[in-house]
Write a protein that binds this ligand. Structure first.
Ligand SMILES: *Cc1c(COP(=O)(O)O)cnc(C)c1O
Length: 381
């Protein structure tokens, strides 16, 4: 793919904001009317770049933002007042006051945190918004589900805490429906012990992997959507068929050099590949310093002139070597697709991740700062 944007770039990511917005509309249309949409934009909006993504989410009308920490939350707050922003990770004690400064909602898992935030609220004659997280089997954040009813009662008794939501997180939504159901039941049992469930309380569990398992009569009234809105179905064979999303992210580089090497030549560090024929190789102007992980050494492929070309030998920090013997049109300066479409071929984020022995979430987070994000897709009205 030769676009006008390639001129002086050695490696870049193209972010299609129009596709992103179409994905939002499709996900929103697939959700029951009562479901609130919590847009998860942690880690620089999964590597897509927070400001343009958040702006588009604000224009499209999501209900709430969710981020990992207060620094990310502050970035969103600077872009717009009034939007609810949920911090998903525990706060460090010295960060507590930022909840007030930026009008944020905290996630709490322990009575200690609740006491701390209640004291903060009281000392400022205000209340602190919190979501209680319940650990139903993830073994990470949250109060263990059996202890949740006690903590819920304690929260109700703390005057400066305003309980806005209760949530849990599934460990195996993609792979183990039975355990996911167990987690759902543990969560609902913990909530029921606190009857009656206050009106307006946000009750959420599902992420992108789980939204298709929502049933109409459940008390869940919000979902936390991350990966899916970026157009990567979390699991290729999950039952997400009803929400068809388009890729938002594509990843590009160039050919910096082409040369011929004789059969038998060793390629790159540690000589892990030996040419089996007289070959024409191309050096790409990107390596693991850009996000082409070393796991792709001798495994990955790239698209040049719509053709798949294999990566030879170890990926290096700034350069990657590919075989273009069967792609005689390849020239110095040509554009190369690492993730995305080129002619009739496509390398999806999922394929790239599988070859790299990782998951799409990590792939998107691993595209480094050196890689310019190029935004396309002006607002559709
Ligand atoms: C990151 C995250 C999500 C979003 O998950 P996706 O699979 O990307 O949709 C949801 N909930 C929590 C607690 C998270 O940390």
């Amino acid at each position: 793919m030769n676009t006008g944007t390639t001129s002086t770039r050695r490696c870049w990511a193209e972010i299609d904001l129009a596709a992103f917005e179409r994905n939002l509309k499709r996900i929103q249309a697939a959700l029951p009317a009562r479901m609130r949409y919590l847009a998860v934009v942690k880690a620089d909006a999964y590597g897509h770049g927070m400001p343009p993504i958040v702006r588009r989410l604000m224009q499209s009308g999501v209900d709430c933002f969710a981020v990992a920490n207060v620094a990310e939350a502050a970035d969103i707050r600077h872009m717009g007042a009034g939007w609810p922003i949920l911090v998903l990770s525990p706060l460090l004690p010295e960060e507590d006051h930022l909840l007030l400064e930026y009008d944020l909602t905290a996630t709490v898992s322990t009575y200690e945190e609740c006491l701390r935030l209640n004291a903060l609220g009281q000392s400022h004659a205000t209340s602190i918004k919190v979501h209680l997280k319940i650990d139903t089997g993830m073994g990470r954040l949250g109060i263990w589900h059996r202890d949740a009813p006690t903590l819920l009662a304690q929260i109700h008794a703390l005057p400066a805490l305003q309980l806005e939501g209760v949530y849990t997180h599934f460990s195996s939504a993609d792979s183990d429906p039975e355990f996911t159901q167990t987690q759902r039941e543990r969560f609902l049992a913990a909530l029921k012990a606190d009857a009656p469930i206050p009106e307006n309380l946000l009750i959420h569990a599902d992420n992108s992997a789980g939204i298709d398992t929502l049933s109409d009569d459940s008390p869940f009234n919000a979902v936390r959507i991350g990966l899916l809105q970026f157009g990567v179905p979390p699991y290729p064979d999950s039952a997400l068929g009803r929400v068809v999303v388009e890729p938002v992210f594509s990843f590009h580089t160039r050919i910096g050099l082409i040369k011929a090497l004789p059969r038998g030549t060793d390629i790159s560090y540690a000589r892990t590949h030996k040419l089996t024929r007289d070959s024409r190789i191309a050096l790409l102007t990107a390596g693991y310093g850009d996000g082409i992980t070393r796991e792709l050494s001798n495994r990955g492929q790239v698209l040049i002139h719509g053709q798949r070309c294999p990566i030879l030998g170890r990926v290096t920090m700034d350069q990657t070597i590919v075989d273009v013997t069967d792609c005689p049109q390849a020239q110095i300066g040509d554009a190369v697709v690492l993730i995305g479409k080129d002619g009739s071929q496509e390398i999806t984020t999922t394929e790239f991740s599988e070859k790299a022995h990782t998951i799409p979430w990590e792939t998107l987070c691993s595209v480094t700062k050196r890689v310019t994000r190029v935004y396309v897709g002006s607002r559709e009205l």
